[in-house]
Design a protein around this ligand. Sequence first.
Ligand SMILES: Cc1cc2nc3c(=O)[nH]c(=O)nc-3n(C[C@H](O)[C@H](O)[C@H](O)COP(=O)(O)OP(=O)(O)OC[C@H]3O[C@@H](n4cnc5c(N)ncnc54)[C@H](O)[C@@H]3O)c2cc1C
Length: 394
Amino acid sequence: MSVNGNWFMAQEFDKFEDIRLSIRSLCGNFPGEYWRDLDRKKSYPTQFVKAMTESGFLGVLIPEKYGGSGMGISAAAAILEEIHKCGCNAAACHAQMYIMGTILRHGSNSQKSEYLPKIASGELRLQAFGVTEPSSGTDTTRIKTTAVRDGAGYIVNGQKVWTSRVEHSDLMLLLARTSPRGEKEKRHEGMSVFLIDIRESVGNGLTIHPISTMINHATTEVFFDDLCVPPDGLVGNEGEGFKYILDGMNAERILIGSECIGDAYWFIEKATNYAKERKVFGRAIGQNQGVQFPIAKAYAATEAAKLMVEKASALFDTGKDCGAEANMAKMLAADSSWEAADMCLQTHGGYGFAEEYDVERKFRETRLYQIAPISTNLILSYIAEHVLGLPRSY
Ligand SMILES: Cc1cc2nc3c(=O)[nH]c(=O)nc-3n(C[C@H](O)[C@H](O)[C@H](O)COP(=O)(O)OP(=O)(O)OC[C@H]3O[C@@H](n4cnc5c(N)ncnc54)[C@H](O)[C@@H]3O)c2cc1C
């Protein structure tokens, strides 16, 4: 694959150069001061999200017949990478791109025609995804939120944590147990996915509590107390929800990986420029190998991780199995952005801690990807077990 693969990737890169140019132009309106100010106030980047929505980039994965651009994950990855490379942060709206994939792949025809055109236009925001719970953590099959049949519909009870952007969404996707763990043959069976209308549910069984975090991320705890979900809220077949969210997780891992690559490039450029300009002991600090080698190393690691993001994207776009590649892409990209962040802060010396350089903020922001949406350890366990055939460790 090497020669042809590289050629293919170079074509892909060229193919998205127009998109990258548009993103750079859009992001030019949202400089560091914009993000710094929001970070201090812990406010949602409404203007940025509005600009992204109006640009149509958030509908890139929605087929043309539903009003989107009908492009693949490679295009979405280029968009998100470029946003982060410009110093912006797509986390406030990236999920509008990919959560709808569950409806697209597993929803009924009426769900698709009702929701996808409105998601593509931005009239409806579906950018909240409730999976993680306080007591189950990464062990998703132990979730306790239940959806119990009530006539044709369901009654939902339970709690989610770290449900991001739910205050800025009209709809959320929810994973709940429709059969107790242990009742079905396999532990991942018996979970179902629901599309919840947040607008109708808040105050009627749905309560949202914001969580204050080290980054400006609009994340929350969500409580369900006898929330009624109508029959058309079920997505796909009852009991098969875990399978559906796994499909979506590959897309999420690839796209978060692309954001990490963008962050890494931002840190590398920032550090390189500073290392050229900052003079200590009568010469640019970047003349010292102790300063330039970590920058060069971060660059090499980022370039390598980007290849894995591109490989996973290419497999995803051709409908091939990409579980291992999506996981490796996310891990390698998150590692490269974290390495670059640490290097960039070190290169800036004390000034790395000053808000006005944006390095400390981006440093905090990119640290998230060692934990979410899946922690590094769990990716390593996946590779050990599913790729290398080692015994399951947990
Ligand atoms: C800002 C933010 C936004 C988020 N947004 C969302 C969202 O929108 N929707 C959503 O559903 N979730 C969201 N999450 C949750 C996120 O996906 C989880 O935090 C993540 O999957 C880890 O789960 P946990 O926090 O419960 O950690 P735990 O599962 O409690 O794990 C804690 C630590 O132990 C390690 N560990 C656990 N088990 C093992 C094992 N068997 N082997 C080795 N190491 C192990 C983990 O790697 C981790 O480092 C968000 C989290 C954050 C912080």
